[in-house]
Design a protein around this ligand. Sequence first.
Ligand code: FAD
Length: 456
Amino acid sequence: TVAVVLFTSDLRLHDHPPLRAALAAADEVVPLFVRDPAVHAAGFDAPNRSAFLADCLTDLDGSLRRRGGRLVVRGGPVAEVVCRVVTECRATEVHMAAGVSAHAHRREQRLRDALDAGGTALHVHDSVITAVAPGAVTPAGNDHYAVFTPYFRRWSQEQPREVCPAPRAVSVPEAARGERLPDRGRLSGLSPGLPAGGETAGRARLSRWTRSSLDGYEDGHDDLAGDATSRLSPYLHFGALSPVEVVQRARARGGGGAEAFVRQVCWRDFHHQVLSARPDASVRNYRDRHDRWRTEEDAADDITAWREGRTGYPVVDAAMRQLRHEGWMHNRGRLLAASFLTKTLYVDWRIGARHFLHLLVDGDIANNQLNWQWVAGTGTDTRPNRVLNPVRQGLRHDPTGAYVRRWVPELKDVDERLVHEPWRLPEDERDGLGYPAPLIDLADGLARFQRARDRD
Ligand code: FAD
């Protein structure tokens, strides 16, 4: 017998319940990845993520080959391609991970309908893409948690499923034919500091980081220059690492660092369960507030300056330049850059979210859109009117100015007392920097935000 395993956001062999179930049920398995034109049509295949994806697929193929198998990559609408592979290989069942976004729900429904018509069974597995499946824990009277802390409390009590080992051997039927794997080397427009993708690289990073840096996470994770976070987000986004295993490995290490880290991984599940219940939150305000944001036409110059890291607020500019250079940004930088765009410039969060999605290697509909909404005050933040001050935040989270100096070379010689406020330098020094004056007075931005808040 033959089973098909459809890989989506779960590009790994370790801890892969759909693959394990397929191997238990059938003699041969087709590990299939479909290049979906809908992803391209939505503009979601931005260069940085396409490169990371190419690495993930190449790595997965290599790992399967070492076990006697190979990855089958095909292009086309998912339901059609899977049905074709089922027919060609005479498969009797298909296994896949449950998805979260509206796109994933539609894909699953189309696939179910198409396979039902041919009498092929579809098995959809939970808790592959998140540690706890969306909807597995709910508060009384609602289909999802809208507040993080009670969710975290309940999530922490869940008994995690057992982590399953990678298979030793995978036998793929002759009839399963695929295309050439995508190649990172053929892509252009990549951020120069992009990390290598794939399960092998992800597992190496997880081991190294758990051993050497996890203990310092609680104290160091907000230090912009310290680089004390795991940088596991792209591996989690593509499923090159299992969130269940990541949580298990951190808990096994124990201590305050591990606890703080697991709490962050829970944020990922939190946003996924919100999106799963409210797929429209990827484009519409989750809460009914702020419906008169400034648009691309109202604020073209401000938006361009923000995108290019030329707002005149050093910590915001450093964060935006890190994004362009690495395809990744420190979480504190994301908070500051997003708060500046939405609350200081009063620009629609969707404009910022789109720019982030274009560059972020971990760009993820659940995490990106719902974090943007959280910052903009239209989402799940219980203090939606807080506004982050980029000067105070810079002094607090980059006290020596090392982060600013790394990304904004115009300020590399500015003394640490003024690196977050270069406009206070004597005029002749300031003029020689080649760094812009502040785009807006923070007090003016705050007053506009407060007027909008009061109107709501
Ligand atoms: P660590 O601090 O090591 O945390 C470990 C893991 O926990 C991360 O890899 C991530 O999977 C998860 N995590 C941490 N913080 C959050 C959070 N606030 N929300 C959800 N999950 C979290 N994360 C993405 O994965 N994709 C995105 O597209 C994304 N967009 C964001 C946009 C904005 C405006 C903001 C404020 C945050 C966004 N985040 C996003 C969340 C967070 O910034 C990143 O997950 C984190 O910076 C990744 O770095 P790390 O792996 O070193 O994190």
